[in-house]
Design a protein around this ligand. Structure first.
Ligand SMILES: [Zn+2]
Length: 130
């Protein structure tokens, strides 16, 4: 499969380096879901203009009183961006199918997040509407 997404900075091989870039280099364009425990944003790479869906989920850990955090950041095409506002959150999971996306997992017990490229359906956090 040919990759036609992004540039070296936003879609390079090194997941940790890409993540460092994301924190500064991906500007929020639109917020599709904005909840303190569940966020879906449309972001754009400042370097190449590639658009991404940025999904953030937080699972409250009642026993420890801390929250486990997970982010999934998927590049999307212009056509998908147009369709996105009509897209059901649940069908958004298919965007990750066969497409590399960055996942950061920060379990409650860990001191730092695990950052890696993944493929396959997105494991969307359970939002308030699911
Ligand atoms: Zn880029």
């Amino acid at each position: 499969m040919t990759q036609s997404f992004g540039c070296r900075r936003c879609y390079g091989e090194d997941a940790e380096a890409v993540w460092v870039y994301y924190e500064e280099g991906l500007a929020v364009e639109q917020e599709l879901v904005g909840d303190s425990h569940f966020l879906v944003q449309l972001r754009r790479c400042a370097e190449c203009g590639q658009q991404f869906v940025w999904i953030f989920g937080e699972a409250v850990d009642w026993q420890r009183g801390e929250d486990a955090q997970r982010r999934e950041i998927v590049p999307i095409s212009a056509a998908e961006t147009e369709a996105l506002s009509n897209l059901e959150i649940t069908s958004m999971a298919a965007l990750g199918d066969g497409r590399r996306h960055l996942v950061t997992d920060w379990p409650t017990a860990a001191s730092r997040p695990a950052i890696e490229w993944a493929t396959g359906e997105l494991r969307l956090p359970r939002g308030p509407h699911s």
